[in-house]
Write a protein that binds this ligand. Sequence first.
Ligand code: AKG
Ligand code: FE2
Length: 261
Amino acid sequence: MGEVVDTARYPINRPTSDEYSTLAERCHRELADTGVSILEGFVTPVAVTQLVAEARAQAAEGHASDVEGTPYLELPGDHWPQGHPRTSWGHTRLTAVAYDRIDGDAVLRQLYESDELLRFLNDALGFEIFRYDDPLGGLNMAAMYDGDELFWHFDQTDFVVSLAIQSSTTGGEFECIQRIRTESDERYDDVERLLRGDHSNVTTLPMRPGTLMLFEGRYSIHRVAPIRGEAPRYVGLFGYDRKPGTCSSALLREIRYGRSA
Ligand SMILES: O=C(O)CCC(=O)C(=O)O
Ligand SMILES: [Fe+2]
């Protein structure tokens, strides 16, 4: 991973060094305090250039989806009243490239399959994680073009690791309200206020190309704002779980990749 990861800044290849411990502790603290840890310049500029070229080619293999969904990524039960966050539908349109369409020697795949990175994430999180056992959703690349967007939602996994590859000309910001809900309190009033357009508590997380972001998306509502302009937004998404052998649902694969196997 030496030539892909900026190991002078992020020494994931030297797990016994003090610098490594300091880095893992920093990420751990940031995640504990805020639910997000942002590693700017994690990937070298040379590798970013290659990632962009790969993303451009891979995007042709992608599946474009255009769907309406709720922030909870599930169908609402009949008992929720109209206007409630559970019944608030919003638009998502993006192109997703599944793991099995990403070349064996692609930089994105090298990173996801790197044991050094996996060990580092384990150390930063402070618990053991496993790569998804999912031939489509383990690793994927999302391409977003003019007019595309990803509606406000909570993730169904504890955390997501994303790698920013290219920013759109304008728009495409990753926006969130950190820890708007907890395990025991849904805070529907706060979610409703946001969905009605009150963005006063929204923060934009910096995702310059080359940034690796560790994000706890289960309690922090987030979205990708509409893309504007000619340059697409490219992001690599790395799937992990606390249990080995986890796979995303067939329904989710069908929606996101247009097939389930
Ligand atoms: O594209 C991104 O930056 C985030 C994607 C995301 O939130 C998701 O796939 O759940
Ligand atoms: Fe998400």
